[in-house]
Write a protein that binds this ligand. Structure first.
Ligand code: BG6
Length: 485
C-alpha cells in the first residue's frame, strides 16, 4: 500500500546548528524532496541560539548537504536557497517564543502555507521541557493547521524524569501530537521483524516457549564515544542504547500479533511485553568499561583516557543483561541483551536459538547444542537474515552438518535508505506507529529502574575484545551461552 501524501507544512528544527540537523535531518529532507515526498511549497525553519541570518545558515546547510550526499551535491545549494530559513532564538523567554511565532506566521503568509507545522526538537534532554513550555506558552501548540512535535532521545534519565517530561508535554500537547523518536524503529530490518513474524505463519508457530531455547539481542559497536564525552558521561550504555534501541527491538521480537495494523494496537502489544518482564536484580547485569586496546590493528585509548572523560569515571560502555518475560508465550525462555562500544566490529543482530528435536536419530543433545538450529536476524551493517539448520552430508556415511541459508537485503534491493528518512516522512503523514508512546517510554524506564538505582560494580574489558568475561558467566549461569556469530 503506498504511503499517503504529506500536506505542505513548515518543518521547524530546534537545535538547527547541531550535528543531527546537519548530518541526518537535512540529507533526509533533501532526499524526500527529490522523491516528491517533502511536498513542494514546504519550508524548513532552523532555530538555534546563534544570531545568524538566512544567507549564512543556507551556506552552512548547503556545505553539510554536499558532504553528506556528494553524489547529488549539485542540487544542494538551490534546495537550501529555496527552502531553508533561520531564526535566532536568542532569548528563551515568553517574549522570545512570541517573536518566534511572529516569524513563523510571517513565513507562512509570505509563502502561502496553511499553518501545518512540525517542531523537531533536536536538542539535549534538559532543553526538552523548556522548549515544550515555550511553544505552549506562545500558543504554538495549536495552529491553523495540524501541529506535531518530534522529540529526540533520551526521553528522560530515569522513570521520574520521564514521567515529569511526559507531564510537561501533556500540559501543552495531546499525545497524538507527540512523536518520540527512536531511530532504530526507522531501520528497515527492525520493521521487517513484524513482517517476518506476522506475514509468515510458519514462523509464528515456532515463535514460543515450546520451540525457542533462547533469544539474544546484540548491538555491538567498534566506535568509542567520538567526542561526545559530555553527553556519554551522564548517560552510559544503559541509557544510551539499552533503554531505547535494544528495548524496542526486544518488544518487537516478543510482542503478540496486534489486533490491527495501526499505531495504537502495535504499541499496546509492545507495552504488554515490557509489563511482563520480570524484575531485574543485580545478578542479572554486567556493567563494563573499555580500557586501552586495539581495533582493526589501530591502538585506541581506554574510556577514562578519552578527552572529557573523568579519570575515575564509572560510566559503563558495555552492558549485558538477562531477563525473562513472564507471559504465556515466553515463560522461562531467557532473553539475553548486550551492547558495547569498542568491540571488534559493528554488528546488530537478533539470534533466536531453537530447541533440540524431542527425539533425535542423528545427533545427541550435546552434539545438537554445539550447533543448534538458529535464526539470525541481521539488523546492520549486513541486513537480512540467516537460518542455520542441519543437513545430511552426501555419502554412504550418515554425517550431519550445519548449513546456513541467507537472505541479504542488499542482494535483492540494493542499499537501504537511512532510518531517519522514513521516520521524518511518517511524521509528515501523521503516522505514529514507529514512535514511542508515553506509557511505553515509562514502562521501559520502570523495567531498568532497579539497575539504575543500584548499579552493580564495574568490570573492565580491553578495547577490541569481545567484552567482559563475566558477560559469558551471566549467560552460563542460566545454562546457556552467547552464539558466536
Ligand atoms: C545513538 C547513540 O542513539 O545510536 C550512539 O547515542 C550510538 O551512542 C548510535 O553510536 C548507534 O546507532 P546506529 O544506527 O549506528 O546503530
Amino acid at each position: 500500500m503506498p504511503a499517503p501524501a504529506a500536506e505542505p507544512h513548515l518543518f521547524v528544527v530546534f537545535g538547527a546548528t547541531g550535528d543531527l540537523m546537519q548530518r541526518k535531518l537535512l540529507p533526509a529532507l533533501f532526499h524526500l524532496r527529490e522523491q516528491g515526498l517533502f511536498p513542494a511549497g514546504s519550508l524548513i525553519l532552523g532555530v538555534a541560539r546563534h544570531p545568524l541570518d538566512d544567507a549564512t545558515f543556507r551556506t552552512t546547510s548547503a556545505q553539510s548537504l554536499v558532504s553528506a550526499v556528494p553524489d547529488r551535491a549539485a542540487g544542494a545549494p538551490a534546495f537550501c536557497a529555496a527552502t531553508v530559513f533561520y531564526y535566532g532564538l536568542t532569548a528563551e523567554t515568553a517574549d522570545g517564543y512570541r517573536a518566534l511565532r511572529g516569524r513563523i506566521e510571517q513565513l507562512e503568509t509570505e509563502h502561502h502555507l496553511s499553518g501545518n507545522r512540525i517542531f523537531y526538537l533536536a536538542l539535549p534532554l534538559e532543553a526538552f521541557g523548556p522548549t515544550l513550555e515555550g511553544l505552549g506558552g506562545a500558543g504554538l501548540n495549536r495552529g491553523p493547521g495540524w501541529t506535531r512535535v518530534v522529540i529526540e532521545k533520551p526521553f528522560g534519565r530515569d522513570l521520574r524524569s520521564a514521567e515529569a517530561l511526559n507531564r510537561i508535554a501533556h500540559q501543552h500537547f495531546e499525545e497524538k501530537q507527540l512523536y518520540r523518536i527512536d531511530h532504530y524503529l526507522g531501520k528497515e530490518t527492525v520493521q521487517n521483524l513484524l513482517v517476518f513474524r506476522f506475514a509468515n505463519a510458519f514462523v509464528e508457530s515456532d515463535w514460543n516457549r515450546e520451540r525457542v531455547e533462547q533469544v539474544e539481542i546484540t548491538v555491538a559497536e567498534s566506535l568509542g564515544v567520538e567526542g561526545r564525552a559530555g553527553y556519554y558521561e551522564t548517560s552510559g550504555a544503559l541509557r544510551d542504547m539499552i533503554q531505547n534501541h535494544v528495548t524496542q527491538v526486544l518488544a518487537l521480537v516478543a510482542m503478540e500479533p496486534p489486533a490491527r495494523r495501526n499505531e495504537d494496537d502495535i504499541r499496546d502489544e509492545k507495552v504488554k511485553v515490557l509489563r511482563s518482564a520480570q524484575a531485574l536484580g543485580p545478578d542479572d547485569v554486567v556493567r563494563g568499561q573499555y580500557t586501552a586496546g586495539t581495533i582493526a590493528g589501530t591502538p585506541v585509548p581506554g574510556y577514562r583516557e578519552e578527552p572529557g572523560v573523568s579519570s575515575t569515571s564509572t560510566t559503563e560502555t558495555y552492558l549485558a543483561l538477562r531477563l525473562k518475560i513472564a507471559n504465556w508465550r515466553w515463560q522461562d525462555v531467557p532473553f539475553f541483551l548486550r551492547t558495547g562500544k569498542r568491540l571488534p566490529e559493528k554488528s546488530s543482530r537478533v539470534v533466536v536459538t531453537f530447541k533440540a528435536p524431542p527425539v533425535s536419530f542423528f545427533q545427541n543433545e550435546s552434539e545438537y547444542r554445539q550447533s543448534p538450529d538458529r535464526l539470525t536476524i541481521l539488523i546492520q551493517p549486513e541486513e537480512g537474515f540467516e537460518i542455520a539448520f542441519e543437513i545430511k552430508v552426501p555419502g554412504r556415511e550418515m554425517r550431519v552438518q550445519t548449513h546456513r541459508m541467507k537472505f541479504h537485503y542488499a542482494d535483492v534491493f540494493g542499499p537501504l535508505p537511512d532510518g531517519y528518512e522514513m521516520l521524518v516522512q511518517d511524521v509528515m503523514i501523521g503516522d505514529a506507529s514507529l514512535f514511542v508512546r508515553a506509557d511505553e517510554v515509562e514502562e521501559s524506564w520502570r523495567l531498568y529502574a532497579p539497575i539504575l538505582e543500584h548499579p552493580t560494580p564495574l568490570v573492565f574489558y580491553a578495547a577490541g575484545s569481545d567484552g567482559p568475561e563475566s558477560a559469558q558467566k551471566l549467560v552460563e549461569g542460566w545454562g546457556h551461552r552467547w552464539s558466536a556469530d
